[in-house]
Design a binder for this molecule. Structure first.
Ligand code: GLN
Length: 211
């Protein structure tokens, strides 16, 4: 069985663990370098990126994780996890660091200046044509402000949902899901909706990488 760990320092670890188990993989908690060595893929949960960064550095996990990312470990980050996968950060806390790996600039708490939380229907480009959209839940979420050409754009906030759910134009068209190589990131939290399609997609990425 594939082992897709969940970084378990802070955040909604339980929800990701349940989502991964529902996809039929082992989902061990990753807290130490030893735990990390035993997984085929890793999820960085939603939560507070500054806290996860600080605890990972205290645990001596940041260096080994950067190393494994550089060697192709599949990693999926949701919300705070997206922030942690960004090579560059805007509105980060001072001294905040990221693991990096995706050549993008992410703005932390980007939607938060307008609305703390909202949900909307999103089309994800990796789902088959005609598939139902996902319900994307955003909670003090980041957005992707700039990407290198290597980064694949998977979803943007649709303008229609901005008028309906957000009442602001600044959010329209913002990039909220990306992939670069074995790294996947979403601004939103599929782990709390019961829709497993994003986790299933990531498990497929892990399966391909393990072959
Ligand atoms: N605003 C949080 C951060 O900066 C992310 C919020 C979330 O993960 N729901 O890490």
């Amino acid at each position: 069985t594939l082992r897709v760990g969940v970084l378990a320092l802070q955040g909604d670890v339980r929800e990701h663990t349940a989502a991964l188990q529902a996809c039929g993989v082992d989902a061990p908690a990753v807290r130490t370098e030893e735990d990390l060595a035993g997984v085929d893929g890793l999820v960085l949960p939603g939560g507070e990126s500054t806290v996860i960064d600080r605890l990972a550095r205290l645990e001596g996990l940041s260096g080994p994780l950067r190393e494994r990312i550089a060697h192709g470990l599949p990693v999926y980050g949701s919300c705070a996890g997206m922030i942690l996968l960004a090579d560059r950060l805007l509105d980060g806390h001072r001294e905040q660091q990221t693991f990096g790996g995706i050549d993008m600039t992410v703005r932390r708490n980007a939607f938060g200046r307008q609305v703390d939380s909202f949900e909307t229907e999103l089309r994800l480009s990796f789902l088959p044509d005609g598939a139902a959209p996902v319900t994307a839940v955003f909670i003090r979420a980041p957005w992707v402000e700039q990407v290198a050409p290597e980064v694949e754009l998977l979803a943007r906030v649709p303008a229609s949902s901005v008028e309906r759910d957000l009442g602001t134009r600044e959010a329209a068209g913002r990039i909220v899901a990306v992939r670069q190589g074995n790294l996947l990131a979403t601004s939103f939290h599929p782990e709390i909706t019961g829709d497993r399609r994003v986790h299933e997609h990531f498990v497929e990425m892990v399966r391909d990488a393990a072959r």
